[in-house]
Design a protein around this ligand. Structure first.
Ligand SMILES: C[S@@+](CC[C@H](N)C(=O)[O-])C[C@H]1O[C@@H](n2cnc3c(N)ncnc32)[C@H](O)[C@@H]1O
Length: 335
């Protein structure tokens, strides 16, 4: 695999703008999977008619949303405005979820600004019909923060339900073996130790997930240019726990297309959208790449490899060196 990373697209407006000409979707358009499974819309989830256009009359059994967190890479709004905006797409999600269904929302808490928007979002959710079920934490390997504070390695993930959805507890088991003995309990008159009583040799993820590697450039699933990509393993766990094969899953903030790719791998269907045509194109290309090669991302190459290599202006913007020109000794050979 070539090393041809591209910069974060939110930090290189010119590159992002020039890539739009290679995008098959314009705002308002929807891509239909030729295999009839998935949809990707270049849509705004705050516009009810656009959400309805994506969904038609179908309802999903699982929503996995990863909105911008009102921190970076987005037009930061007042917390009230942000929460009003969230309330809009949450209400629409409720409408398009089936009677018994689940919703997961990734969110952030800005420790430099009163932990917004996480607590405000949780309070807003109390005014909806959704039932709060779990506050999950995914531990990142790399953190941020200063030398004067606890390093921030937490990624928050909220789990809500509508009705009484299915939950596959087997999906919760990690690859981490149980090592702690010594929790004794009497069962049928005999004292048993915890490892004897358990259904599995491995520990359950519980609501603190410590076994998921953050995406970085050496991982196959990495999508250079994306700034907020979540690990496929987290999506696979969510999808396996809260849906069955052929079920429909929704995600209204596609970005690198993680939900769609995990849904494809686990034989589910996914209707997703992103407001930005470049991220819609990346999502579609990632699915096509998975189907063509079995690879889940571009590792340290990028989704617009061919287009960028063919255009010197794009190559410059992407920070790629010019292709090797003839060396002096070759230029003068034979003279
Ligand atoms: C945090 S990222 C999602 C990351 C994703 N889970 C992944 O693993 O790649 C949020 C995405 O939401 C998109 N977005 C922002 N506002 C939107 C809106 N109103 N409607 C749809 N998408 C929006 C952004 O363009 C961005 O790609």
């Amino acid at each position: 695999m070539k090393n041809t990373p591209i910069p974060r697209l939110d930090q290189n407006a010119e590159l992002r703008n020039r890539l739009t000409k290679f995008c098959r979707l314009k705002p308002g358009q929807i891509w239909e999977d030729p295999l009839g499974k998935h949809r990707v819309g270049c849509l705004d989830c705050s516009l009810a008619e656009q959400v309805s256009a994506l969904m038609t009359d179908q309802s999903a059994c699982l929503a996995v949303h990863d909105p911008p967190y009102n921190l970076v890479a987005f037009d930061v709004r007042s917390v009230d405005e942000y929460i009003r905006w969230c309330h809009g797409w949450i209400a629409k999600t409720y409408d398009f979820l089936s009677t018994n269904s689940a919703m997961y929302v990734w969110l952030g808490a800005d420790q430099n600004d009163g932990f917004q928007p996480l607590p405000d979002f949780m309070m807003m959710m109390r005014r909806t019909e959704f039932k709060a079920r779990s506050f999950l934490t995914v531990r990142n390997q790399r953190g941020y923060g200063t030398q004067r504070n606890w390093m921030c390695v937490r990624q928050e993930l909220l789990y809500y339900t509508k009705g009484m959805p299915f939950f596959n507890v087997d999906a919760e088991y990690t690859d981490i073996p149980k090592i702690l003995r010594g929790y004794y309990k009497e069962v049928n008159g005999a004292i048993t130790e915890n490892l004897e009583r358990s259904n599995s040799e491995n520990i359950r993820a519980g609501n603190v997930w410590v076994d998921i590697q953050q995406v970085f450039y050496r991982m196959e699933e990495n999508v250079n240019g994306c700034y907020a990509q979540k690990p496929l393993k987290s999506y696979e766990r969510i999808i396996a726990a809260s849906s069955k094969e052929t079920d429909l899953i929704i995600d209204w903030f596609a970005h690198s297309g993680s939900t769609l790719v995990a849904a494809e791998k686990l034989k589910r269907r996914c209707f997703t959208m992103d407001i930005d045509p470049v991220f819609c194109e990346i999502t579609i290309r990632r699915l096509e790449r998975l189907r063509a090669t079995g690879k889940s991302g571009w590792q340290n190459a990028n989704p617009f490899q061919e287009e960028i290599e063919a255009d010197p202006a794009l190559r410059r913007l992407a920070g790629h060196p010019e292709p090797e020109t003839l060396g002096q000794h070759e230029l003068f050979a034979g003279t």
